[in-house]
Design a protein around this ligand. Sequence first.
Ligand code: AMP
Ligand code: ZN
Length: 110
Amino acid sequence: MNDCVFCKIRDGIIPSPKLYEDEEIFVIRDIEPKAKCHYLVIPKKHFKLLSEMEKQDEAMLGRTFAKIASLAPTLGLENGYRVIINQGDDGGQTVFHLHIHVLGGEKLPL
Ligand code: AMP
Ligand code: ZN
């Protein structure tokens, strides 16, 4: 039984509006936003860490970053944004399904 919250959102078991979706990724709002705009960009494929990536995931992640750049203006991020990937306990990761935080909509503190 897969207990992963992002797999459950991917599969529609936990409702969360998808702001964007394609065959590789989906985008939702973070439930506890740390900025005016706080999105999570989530690969549909479940893997925990960058270190668990397979060869084909590298290209997928490259396309994901290009997609973030092209979606940014439609997400209220035309003035810039911050991209964060927390990794492991020391990195503050709490959901162990790789995801990219995208924050903006205001001047972020350093
Ligand atoms: P991280 O700490 O990098 O693993 O990030 C996990 C993020 O997922 C946190 O910012 C949480 O607020 C967010 N989160 C957890 N559950 C949900 C949910 N059901 N819908 C949206 N965001 C969530
Ligand atoms: Zn998952």
